[in-house]
Unconditional design. Sequence first.
Length: 164
Amino acid sequence: MRTTNDMPGHLVRRFQQAAVAIFYREVAATGYDLSPVQFAALTAVRDNPGIDQATLAGLIAYDRTTIGGVVDRLVQKGFLERKHSARDRRARVLRLTATGQGALQRIEPAVEEAQRVMLQGLDAEEAAQFMALLRKALGAVNELSRAPLKEVKRPPAAPEQPGG
């Protein structure tokens, strides 16, 4: 019989606990109070301006029923603006504010440091292998999650015109 310390679920939960603690420590040093989910939401909106809340939930693998609270807090902090969609009045679209952009620029180095600290027990090759194995394992069970990660469907880029 395996002990809990030999079970992937237990080890992943423990690593996640450490990862969250490291994230909060590094980000707090910048003077910001931002959770890992809030950071993920901000970067997803920055990279996909005008997305709706349901799409945001899929992009960061977060539960659709609770993404509203995350967005509410980011709007209250002045980091996001939320408006009704011009295409679908029932949908709310999101954009990063100038305040949100500035916060991200100041926080991102701390988040990068947090990633380094999380993997400090591994050399560069091991860290790359660990990340590849995590992606592979998650890819195999993504659809079993209560909040699976969903890719944004982007239209193909327009072909370049000759001579232009």
